[in-house]
Design a protein around this ligand. Structure first.
Ligand code: TEU
Length: 589
């Protein structure tokens, strides 16, 4: 059987606040709020429940806004909150201008947004543009007859033409993106689940509907959008037959990224985004590195930023083809190459983003650090030191700031995520062994690992709900929780607050300043400097559970120690010795 290779589909000393003489940024262009922002990704279903139904909601978020303000973040990217039957946890929208009933009401939304504004926190909405729910009014109309005015809001293939050319579906139980509908004797296209039919962006009416929806939210005062799965929105609708042994690169070409995507994004920018000065971040996992600038180059007037999966994938990728499953936590030199390559790409144009995890990836400390009791705190702080000292907009995923870990389910029945469940059953059709291997990979890689409820305290449901949580709470809530972190001055949370404050105090260095890699071949230490021409900061990160050594960059001496997750700093002549997972930010002189 052919292989399904899935697509890459923060107190600080007073000095810090006093030393910020403005300097001309080195490297990148115009200053923007969204370049300077620290963005917090909030998965609303798992953040805070207020009514005891076991599902997080908007009133819950409003209750926790002081926590977010104290963290120091500037904006929130909120995963979908619109009306949805929740086949894919809100990524299947049945009404784009209504609130999902589990999440509350539009009045709750308005209160939440007002609470954010009062605290100087911006809101970025998740815009699901490639597909809707099959329960959306548009789709109900569309499937009702071939002559319905909404027919062309979706992609249909009349069955009298025979079977449509094969397209793989990322979530379908049978892996087939065309679903037969007897009502009109036609197949509809769904790249994701059967309940997520793809929208037809070639139809100008559909595009205008989407722009109206975007204006609705912008008029309410949101600051921008995260564009879900956007490269898929423009397809080659002549539906060419795919070569038998298609590769990953071909998959993307046949499935999306049609040149029309640039036309649609430019139209969206002209008709909507430019009028509101709204920020956009596209989910760009399937966009090849060489093509990135075609989307985010400001001269093209399309989107501001996108995010990629290269760092995440360097530590293992979720794939139906379990052969691709690998976790290599020692791949430090590989990570340096990826990060440096992306930094270089944006040295004169566009702007980079950086994240370790999100709702589609497992927990950062489990996957990229070391979540054993001995190293969980040190390695989580080390990872955050990286994240908040990059020339890129950093995304913090909720719960990571207290070092939440993978839950590691062992039985398929424990999983909620349709991706894990459906891929498991597909694997089972091949063999029990394949299914077992896939299940084992999911303990490390499943999206449900990062979707377990936020751990606020050590009580049975971690302060998330008074009811039964929709997904179990991780047992380590007894020690890994916000309440305990507030009392411990060495907690990951307190360290993250200090890092955010440092980034804010030294924007010219840590946001806009030049990035330079040092000691590139070192297999344990990731060393780089950030510099604005006036200040140079050295960042040292030990990504391993062993000791590491690295030279002080030539021509420099160590100055003030700005952050150190593991006191003390060991210096031996021109060499610095780092303890396992030690992270340092030092001013050079
Ligand atoms: O993900 C798009 C996507 O391409 C997925 O395949 C994703 O890379 C994969 O699930 C990672 O394991 C977006 C959303 O981020 C995801 O949560 C949704 O399920 C998906 O779109 C459908 O809307």
């Amino acid at each position: 059987m052919r292989k399904y290779v899935l697509p890459v589909l923060a107190g600080l000393s007073a000095c810090i606040f006093a030393c910020t003489a403005p300097a001309v940024p080195v490297g990148n262009n115009a200053k923007q709020w969204w370049k300077e922002a620290v963005i917090y990704q909030l998965y609303p279903r798992s953040f805070q429940d207020s009514d005891g139904d076991g599902v997080g909601d908007l009133r819950g978020i409003t209750r926790r806004l002081d926590y977010l303000k104290a963290l120091g973040i500037d904006a929130i990217w909120l995963n979908p909150i619109c009306a949805s039957p929740n086949d894919d946890n809100g990524y299947d929208i049945s009404d784009y201008t209504a609130i999902m009933k589990e999440m509350g009401t539009m009045a709750d939304f308005d209160t939440m947004l007002a609470g954010m504004k009062k605290r100087g926190i911006r809101l970025i909405m998740d815009l699901v543009i490639n597909h809707s729910s099959d329960e959306h009014r548009w789709f109900r109309e569309s499937r009702s007859s071939r002559n319905n005015p909404y027919r062309d809001y979706y992609h249909w293939w009349p069955a009298e033409k025979g079977k449509p050319p094969y397209r793989y579906s990322i979530f379908d139980e049978e892996g087939n993106a065309w679903r037969y509908d007897s009502l009109t004797n036609s197949y509809y296209l769904h790249y994701f689940s059967r309940k997520q039919p793809d929208l037809n962006w070639e139809n100008p009416k559909l595009r205008q509907e989407m722009y109206t929806i975007m204006k609705f939210w912008l008029d309410k005062g949101v600051s921008g959008f995260r564009l879900d799965a956007f490269p898929f929105m423009a397809k080659d609708t002549s539906w060419p037959v795919m070569p038998k042994d298609w590769t990953n690169e071909q998959y993307v070409r046949y499935y999306g990224k049609d040149p029309k995507v640039h036309q649609y994004l430019n139209e969206m920018y002209t008709e909507v985004l430019s009028k509101y000065d709204a920020y956009t971040v596209g989910e760009g996992g399937v966009i090849a590195f060489k093509d990135v600038m075609d989307y985010v180059n400001e001269d093209r007037k399309e989107i501001n930023t996108l995010y990629h999966d290269e760092i995440a994938n360097a530590w293992g990728r979720d794939s139906f083809d379990v052969g691709e499953y690998k976790i290599d936590r020692r791949n430090v030199t590989g990570i340096k190459k990826i990060v440096s390559k992306w930094d270089d790409k944006f040295s004169t144009k566009g702007w980079n983003t950086v994240f370790f995890t999100n709702h589609d990836q497992s927990r950062a400390v489990s996957r990229f650090g070391n979540d054993s009791p001995a190293y969980r705190e040190a390695s989580a702080k080390m990872l955050y030191t990286f994240l908040l000292t990059q020339r890129a907009t950093p995304y913090i995923y909720n719960g990571d700031e207290i070092g939440m870990t993978n839950i590691r389910f062992t039985r398929v029945e424990e999983y909620n995520d349709l991706q894990t469940r459906n891929r498991y059953y597909m694997a089972l059709k091949e063999s029990k062994e394949k299914a077992a291997a896939y299940l084992l990979s999911q303990a490390e890689l499943s999206r449900d690992n990062s979707r377990t409820p936020m751990q606020w305290d050590s009580t049975a449901t971690a302060g998330f709900t008074t009811g039964t949580p929709w997904l179990p709470v991780n047992n380590n809530k007894a020690t890994v929780n916000v309440a305990a972190s507030e009392k411990d001055k060495n907690a990951i949370l307190q360290y993250v607050r200090r890092l955010i404050a440092l980034r804010r105090a030294y924007k010219d260095v840590l946001v806009y300043g030049k990035y330079q890699l040092h000691d590139a071949e070192n297999k344990a230490i990731y060393a780089y400097t950030r510099s604005d021409g006036q200040h140079t900061f050295l960042v040292l990160l030990n990504f391993t559970s062993g000791q590491g050594n690295t030279p002080i960059p030539a021509g420099y001496q160590l100055g003030e120690e700005l952050l150190n997750n593991l006191q003390p700093l060991h210096q031996n002549g021109g060499t610095i010795q780092l303890q396992p997972y030690q992270a340092l930010v030092i001013r050079l002189k």
